[in-house]
Design a protein around this ligand. Sequence first.
Ligand code: ADP
Ligand code: MG
Length: 452
Amino acid sequence: MNFSKLPLTQAMLTNLDALGYAKMTAVQSAALPYILQGRDVMAEAKTGSGKTAAFGIGLLHNLDVKKFRVQSLVLCPTRELADQVAKELRRLARFQHNIKILMLTGGESFGKQLGSLAHQAHIIVGTPGRILKHLNKESLDLSNLNTLVLDEADRMLDMGFIEEIESLLAFVPKERQTLLFSATYDEEVKKVAHTLLREAAVVKMTAEEKPNVIDELFYETQDKTATLVNVLALKKPKNVIIFTNTKLQAKELAEELVGRKIDALAIHGDLEQYERNDVLVQFSNGSTPILVATDVAARGLDIKELAMVVNYDLPHTKETYTHRIGRTGRAGMQGEAVTLYTTDELEKITEYKDQSKRIFSDADSLEDAQAFTMKPEFVTLVIEGGKKDKLRAGDILGALTGDAGLAGKSIGKIDIYERQAYVAIQTQESKKALSYLKNGKIKKKKFSVWVL
Ligand code: ADP
Ligand code: MG
């Protein structure tokens, strides 16, 4: 579909042409008609599908340039993403002089931002924490806002920005257009999303769920742990869940792997709730590459991108097998499922030979790699403060990227609970982050901080 099918100005069409945007992308042609009508939209389309221009063209079309008031606000989860969005909006806005687009993100001088705000802007692109700060200090007025956009909505809500967004909504007219754009929406995010939207048009571009793509490898071995190490060395998976049939086995295997300098944690029914939580946080944020689990303990565990599943012990039923390996190879990504069995288990294994895609090998065919080690990419810092202390992801991100001087990319997932917050920091930066957080302040308050 051509952009000229839309009720856009000739100047805008000429600019799109100059940018080399010959045709609308799928999400643009699905979402733009609704956006131009003023409807709320919740759009789901994969990365690189042109979501920025989808909402950007809409914002620019509805803008009254003569009115020097903030008319659109785009919220992004990080400074880097806000920067990308602002750049794309500026390219799209070249068709008309005097459109003022201002970036307001954490980690930049507040004073400078005050100066820029004094000159008024039409469109603000930024991160929730800093925008809220300006609202609270009354240096930003959103009472004329027409359109609110949440870009990368799933990440924003995932990173615990929801409270900041809720506080921010108090400064925004109820009569407004709200646009959510994201590559994915999980169930929780969808629930929150609907509280922000009104009679939204739902636009979903991802073709129907792709089936899991899983390599299923079986190894006959007399030494399961040695074979496991050889497989890990061969495949070098980013993260792995290893299934055992008993709690004791889970604990012992994790200990043995750690003894071999392969970082692992066990999760089993004997853990207290808080211990279980600590383990899950560390696995999901990349602070440990391996989780050794029993089936019961792994129930309800939702890790989006799991590279490998290992059946250290054969599952009791084939349903359990399917359930276990179904955790990898999601969303079109390649997954590996490795099953280890001994000669004594040969009979049980025959029932797995009903599918030709399964590959059965002797563990002796694997290269010996007993010196192989695995270290996590991130370290988890625990901050003794959470929702109760009104601590938000943006505050932690701001403290680390601003005063502590860490790059945004060295900060991983942030999980905020009632009384505690967990932040993943790239290993090489973790000492710096820890010493800053220990000695410095977050939101003008001191918190105790330790390494998990
Ligand atoms: P997303 O946010 O969906 O991940 P982006 O908005 O960053 O994707 O767009 C990805 C790339 O596609 C950008 O380089 C952008 O300039 C380009 N692009 C957007 N719309 C079009 C279009 N209609 N035709 C050609 N290229 C486009
Ligand atoms: Mg994008």
